[in-house]
Design a protein around this ligand. Sequence first.
Ligand code: NAG
Length: 181
Amino acid sequence: MSSIILLVFVLLLPLASSQTFHWGPCPSPQVQPNFQVEKYLGKWYEIEKLPASFEKGTCIEANYSLRRDGTIRVLNSQFYKEKVSTAEGTAVVRDTRESAKLGVSFSYFTPYAPYWVLTTDYTSLSVVYSCTSFLHLFHIDYAWILSRSPSPSAATVLYAKELLVREGIDISRMKPTVQNC
Ligand SMILES: *[C@@H]1O[C@H](CO)[C@@H](O)[C@H](O)[C@H]1NC(C)=O
């Protein structure tokens, strides 16, 4: 058992520099009550985030739209190495009793990663959290502050950060996303 844990740890170490790693299980933040996905669709700009290896560019945005089969099409785009790159994924509501706890996958072969909407007013701000724990020993998490505007007010961003902190999430590595395109 302990050698398995060590192996998992060694395999994940290279990730730790571009992901956020913590000992212990995931925090369990409150999520948006009565989340209404229809109102959430459309374009969101990424304002700040915890580091993620798959997001190194600038002008990062997401566009959510409904597919005919009821799943949500996720189209992420970023400007990286002088060009726009996009990634298409799928989001699903996994439990209708907690509709703010979505899962997102960017490939047929990868499992759904959590996409939890902690709070949103649908028209300006969304605070998203994703945490995966490994054997309850440690966890890797991501957090995103999204806005309908590429330059939301400082008060809006502060509100989002205070909410994350209140929910027990470490945002010391959180960085603004450049939105100058
Ligand atoms: C978002 O995606 C939908 C569906 O593909 C498209 O109709 C819409 O124009 C896109 N919106 C933006 C703002 O890019």
